[in-house]
Write a new protein. Structure first.
Length: 368
């Protein structure tokens, strides 16, 4: 009986030992699996960080976006001055030349004469002429730099000012604006119309925009990301950047004369530009309509009171001609107000269609 009890006890001990050994083995296997998973995660994370660092190392620090329209005679001079200026900085850069549907040899000179000999220059060609702001927006959408400079291609914006813009950016300014001073050869109409536009825009939109502003500026990547988030089909970039109100500074310069060709901004295009900017950033025209309605209603009520008083006194109220003139005036005001409302409804209609602001027909390869 004692021998049987010892055998049972020994068997129980063996089974317990085997169960303990199996549990320890399973636990060790779990630990090994966890360790393996952690190692794979670390390796994957390290690989991602390495790829990200490699990508950031290949991206340019500075991007320059230049919209062009019928500037075939200015392309070579523009490229030469940009290359000399940017090379002197000793920083990585790229230049995007955007052809806004030119009817001359602008694209041919970009694609065949510039890009093959300047690997840091890229070309974008729009399907048709979409306008200066749309062409500028197309270039900004392709810019890869941490700081992005925009400027015109007629050389009235001096490329030699770019180092000062970059210096101000490195000192902490997220937006580096420029303020243009016209030279002695600029016409009086241009100076007057520009001054009136900026004052009128600042009044109507409650956005303080100083006289002499242009699209010659530097913006930080954070600012550009916010600009590209706007969903306006007819975007007014000067107003957008001012509305964002990031920390900024201003550098003044004197506008040079056009090297070749004439200005592409006719009176009609300037009026359209001003109209688009005001409608996009202000509802004051609608409030002006309300004010006119209140004023004319008060005048009409006063005239009605006068007529009633004169009738009660037994006097005939003369003035059929004046009455007709007043009606014509009131109808004129009414139609002006309806026209203003129609402009805003038209803008809503265009935005709901979700048409692209631009269409890129072709582009050259980016340098790596």
């Amino acid at each position: 009986m004692g021998l049987l009890s010892n055998r049972i006890l020994t068997s129980n001990k063996s089974s317990i030992i085997q169960e303990l050994q199996q549990a320890i083995a399973e636990r060790n296997q779990s630990v090994n699996d966890v360790a393996s998973d952690l190692m794979r995660s670390w390796e994957k994370g390290g690989r991602i960080q390495s790829e990200r660092a490699s990508t950031e190392a290949t991206l340019p620090l500075i991007s320059v976006v230049v919209p062009l329209f019928n500037e075939q005679d200015n392309v070579a001079h523009l490229v030469e001055r940009l290359a000399n200026t940017l090379n002197s900085l000793g920083k990585s850069y790229e230049v995007l030349l955007v052809d806004d549907g030119s009817g001359d040899a602008t694209w041919t000179r970009i694609a065949k004469a510039v890009v093959p000999h300047h690997p840091r220059f890229r070309g974008l060609r729009l399907a048709r002429r979409f306008g200066h702001q749309a062409a500028l927006l197309a270039g900004l959408s392709r810019a890869r730099g941490q700081a992005v400079v925009s400027m015109d291609g007629d050389l009235q914006h001096p490329p030699e000012l770019i180092p000062e813009l970059v210096k101000a950016w490195k000192q902490g300014a997220a937006v580096v604006e420029t303020r243009r001073h016209y030279n002695a050869q600029t016409g009086c109409f241009k100076k007057l119309s520009s001054a009136l536009f900026y004052r009128f825009f600042s009044f109507m939109s409650d956005i303080n925009m100083e006289e002499g502003r242009s699209d010659f500026r530097l913006v930080d990547r954070r600012v550009l990301d916010q600009v590209m988030a706007f969903q306006q089909s007819d975007i007014f970039l000067r107003g957008v950047v001012s509305w964002l109100d990031f920390p900024s500074t201003t550098i003044e310069f004197e506008a040079a004369n056009r090297l070749h060709g004439d200005s592409k901004y006719t009176l009609q295009r300037m009026l359209r530009f001003a109209h688009g900017g005001i409608v996009a950033f202000s509802t004051k025209p609608l409030r002006v309509g309300i004010a006119l309605g209140l004023v004319t209603s008060a005048l009409a009520f006063s005239a009605l009171c006068y007529i009633i008083v004169q009738y009660a006194l037994g006097h005939t109220v003369p003035g059929w001609a004046s009455t007709l003139g007043l009606l014509v005036f009131l109808f004129g005001v009414l139609f002006v107000i309806l026209g203003v409302i129609g402009e805003y409804i038209g803008l809503i209609y265009i935005m709901l269609q979700r048409r692209p602001a631009y269409v890129i027909y072709e582009e050259t390869a980016a340098c790596r």
